[in-house]
Design a protein around this ligand. Structure first.
Ligand code: AKG
Length: 264
């Protein structure tokens, strides 16, 4: 697939290889953050109890799923050339979108996600299978439920629930992802990570653009979830990214989509 290609710097590549995480400060300009937030707020209001029902419910958390179906602003978000370059560095050139979700940690809550690898996947002989991008749509602070992560664990070859006595407990090497709204964190989603408790009186909102290798099932089977109307207007690049014309994806995702790293 032809697309605009952007190079990562050596330092960016090293961050992804060694830590498993690349932080892009102020990547999304304030107008883009505002546009994403406005559409997400509208959807939470419109969808009510149905919000996120295409995927799974999580305690003390508001979620939206299947966002490519809900506005052109999300089509722009998933196809940013710099982000695709970072994803390609982690997964190789044969990747696709796995899902696009919003996640808001509710105020004054104690829920902490267990450390997990997304979709419970481990790398195999062909390399990494999953790569996630957390878009901070609010400032992430130490108090409002920043994502925690354990640097270097994308190379552990083990899932945290198998390696740790309690994957929900704090980990001696964990670090917290903080930054201003508009900052993005691209991470090798085999790195152990998870959301933390929001101890403030305001929600904390993130967008998760999640990608996987093309020989893996999508977390949300896009061809089944996107309306006809949306599918018809998509460019060739977006159709490739969403694997809409890909028989292998049809086989894999029609049977095996829906996996979470920690939710049943
Ligand atoms: O929103 C976050 O802080 C991270 C959430 C996460 O890792 C997940 O939902 O799988």
């Amino acid at each position: 697939m032809n697309r605009i290609k952007v190079e990562l710097t050596d330092a960016e590549r090293r961050a992804l290889d060694e830590v498993g995480l690349l932080v892009l400060d102020n990547f999304a300009p304030p107008e883009f953050v505002a546009e994403l937030r406005a559409r997400i707020d509208e959807l939470f209001a419109e969808l009510g109890d149905q919000a996120g029902s295409e995927f799974k419910q999580e305690p003390d958390t508001d979620r939206l799923a299947n966002l490519v179906n809900f506005g052109e602003v999300f089509e722009r978000a998933i196809a940013q050339p710099k982000l695709l370059a970072a994803v390609e560095h982690v997964l190789g050139s044969e990747f696709k979108l796995s899902s696009l979700n919003a996640r808001s940690a509710r105020p004054n809550t104690t829920w902490t996600q267990p450390l997990h690898c997304d979709t419970g996947a481990l790398p195999d002989e062909a390399g990494n299978k999953v790569c996630n991008i957390v878009w901070m749509l609010d400032d992430f602070t130490l108090e409002n439920g920043p994502t925690r992560y354990v640097p270097g664990t994308h190379k552990a070859g083990k899932l945290p629930q198998d390696a740790l006595a309690d994957a929900s407990a704090s980990h001696p090497e964990e670090q917290f992802l903080t930054g201003k709204a508009g900052t993005l964190a691209v991470f090798n989603a085999h790195m152990w990570h998870g959301g933390t408790a929001n101890r403030t009186d305001k929600p904390r909102l993130a967008l998760h653009s999640f990608y996987c290798r093309r020989d893996q099932p999508q977390q949300q089977y896009q061809k089944r979830l996107l309306s006809e109307q949306v599918q018809q207007r998509l460019s060739e690049e977006l159709r490739w990214l969403l694997a809409l014309d890909d028989p292998l994806n049809d086989t894999l995702s029609s049977q095996f989509s829906g996996r979470s790293g920690f939710m049943k």
